[in-house]
Design a protein around this ligand. Structure first.
Ligand code: ATP
Length: 311
């Protein structure tokens, strides 16, 4: 008895970071975009909960209760009133760890969907979305995928009217970046600019209307120059080599070049699949990045791909 779920990585087409809230989180407006780089999570009946991780960066992923997938299974069991429910979770990673692609959040969303099916809890999609928000800011989006606007900490989602398919080259960094450290650096850089009288008081973050219009057009040439990430200066200050990666992508014809989320992955938008392939080859040849993959978006969120349960 086992259920396998496939779940995508995300890039942020816009990430607007507002002031710190009373609860310590920053208020955000972000445009999430799910891309065809997938982890796979299998949940199987077991006497004792355990996690096994294989694939990209597997050694960097915890296999104890601190794994977001474990927390997702526990939260679901509790919400469904299944005391003592246990599950064996296998995670096959292709999404690199601490890369700004929300890999851990993706695994949590996949585990919710897989265990929900395995245990036949009867919980609704709305219940799952509520559990997802309690697990992390990026988890609700990994459930739905596509292109969506996130507000609050990113967990309040509305669908975005986006047309067309977008082709990306994703360049992975040599080392990960801690999301907490990137936000702290962003705050420090802003405080320094404010002290120098160089920055107006920061209000609530706002959705980019030009970007939303461009997304409705489905034209990557319009979308590319409008990609924007408020965390990029902080990520670049922590890993200055990322500037070279972004410049190399632009030189090789990217329509847009941006750090994804808290980084260090750089996302390069191409005009079509063939150009994305050329871009990936050129970036690989430049030797600046650890690895480069191609991906397209938007793709759907966490979805069951195998269900070996008795019907
Ligand atoms: P985000 O953009 O959501 O902040 P990220 O993509 O930068 O996240 P993740 O790959 O989610 O980063 O990993 C962040 C940390 O979470 C890792 O350093 C790891 O210790 C921990 N972690 C917990 N569960 C997982 C998981 N299932 N996969 C990857 N990392 C996990």
């Amino acid at each position: 008895m086992a259920v396998t779920v496939r779940v995508p990585a995300k890039v942020n087409l816009q990430l607007a970071v507002g002031p710190v809230r009373a609860d310590g989180y920053h208020s955000l407006v972000t445009v999430f975009h799910a891309v065809s780089l997938f982890d796979e999570v299998t949940a199987a009946a077991a006497d004792k909960t355990a996690i096994a991780v294989t694939g990209e960066d597997a050694a960097a992923v915890p296999t104890d209760r601190s794994n977001l997938a474990w927390q997702a299974a526990s939260a679901l069991a509790k919400a469904a009133g299944l005391r003592g429910a246990a599950v064996r979770i296998e995670i096959r990673k292709r999404i690199p760890v601490a890369a700004g692609l929300a890999g851990g959040s993706a695994d949590a969303a996949a585990t919710l969907v897989a265990c929900n099916e395995l245990w036949q809890t009867g919980l609704s999609a709305r219940d799952l979305a509520g559990l997802a928000a309690s697990l992390g800011s990026d988890v609700p989006f990994a459930l739905v995928g596509g292109t969506a606007v996130g507000r609050g900490r990113g967990e309040h989602l509305t669908a975005a009217l986006a047309a067309g398919t977008y082709h990306w080259a994703l360049a992975f960094g040599h080392e990960g970046l801690s999301t907490a450290q990137v936000y702290a650096t962003c705050d420090r850089l802003r405080a320094a600019r404010a002290a120098a009288g160089d920055q107006p008081r920061r209000g609530e973050p706002e959705l980019s209307k030009p970007l939303m219009t461009a997304l409705r057009s489905g034209d990557p040439a319009q979308v590319g120059p409008l990609l924007i990430n408020d965390l990029q200066p902080a990520a670049l200050s922590l890993q200055p080599d990322l500037r070279r990666a972004l410049a190399a992508g632009r030189e090789h014809g990217a329509l847009g070049a941006i750090v994804s989320g808290s980084g260090p992955t750089c996302a390069f938008l191409a005009s079509d699949a063939a150009r994305a392939r050329e871009l990936a080859v050129a970036l690989t040849g430049s030797g600046i990045c650890r690895a480069v993959v191609r991906a397209s978006g938007p793709v759907p969120g966490a979805a069951i791909v195998r269900d070996n349960q008795p019907s």
